[in-house]
Design a protein around this ligand. Structure first.
Ligand SMILES: [Zn+2]
Length: 182
């Protein structure tokens, strides 16, 4: 029941789902761009570059290349995958999990990165933003200053892309209300 209510609220005001906590004048601006149908064009102009990463294998290769470039000494990743079941909201666009097990008397940690499957359709910079965020968690658990400095180092303009990704998710939710597909 609570979920239905939340879904209904998000359908009437997608701004709330992804931009909650941002100042009211900014949300008003976003609502007017949504209302006159220009938010999509605005984002497409800003992020013209798509990506061709469709499979988990291609995502693994892409993430590994970024990691080799910026975080060579960070622990290895055992799995990288798109995830259809990730509940996309403002907190969970991707995840990094570490599963510890004892193998042959040694404690090993398997680290997995999961990216919400809808980022297959996102502009290249937005997919990278999610990847960079999860990679930075290999070094910093918390969302603290060193964490965001690392994100900004791996992807200059990280903060802007993160905000624009929220705009993109808002636009997407407004274009395809709940029930009209995945
Ligand atoms: Zn995080």
């Amino acid at each position: 029941m609570a979920d239905l209510v939340a879904a209904a609220a998000a359908a009437t005001d997608p701004c709330r789902a992804f931009l909650g906590g941002y100042p009211a004048p900014l949300l008003d601006q976003v609502r007017s761009l949504l209302a006159d149908g220009t938010l999509g064009q605005h984002l497409a102009r800003r992020y013209p570059e798509a990506h061709a990463i469709r499979s988990d294998g291609a995502l693994y290769a892409h993430v590994s290349a970024l990691k080799a470039r910026h975080l060579r000494n960070a622990p290895a990743l055992s799995k990288v995958a798109f995830d259809n079941r990730l509940q996309v909201d403002r907190r969970a666009l991707g995840t990094l999990t570490a599963v510890s097990r004892v193998q042959g008397g040694k404690l090993t940690a398997k680290r997995e990165v999961r990216v919400a499957a809808l980022f297959k359709d996102a502009p290249a910079a937005m997919l990278d933003m999610i990847v960079v965020h999860e990679l930075a968690h290999l070094k910093e658990r918390e969302h603290n200053k060193p964490f965001y400095a690392l994100c900004e180092h791996m992807q200059p303009g990280y903060h802007q892309v993160e905000f624009d990704t929220r705009l993109w998710l808002t636009w997407r939710a407004a274009a395809a209300p709940a029930g009209a597909g995945g």
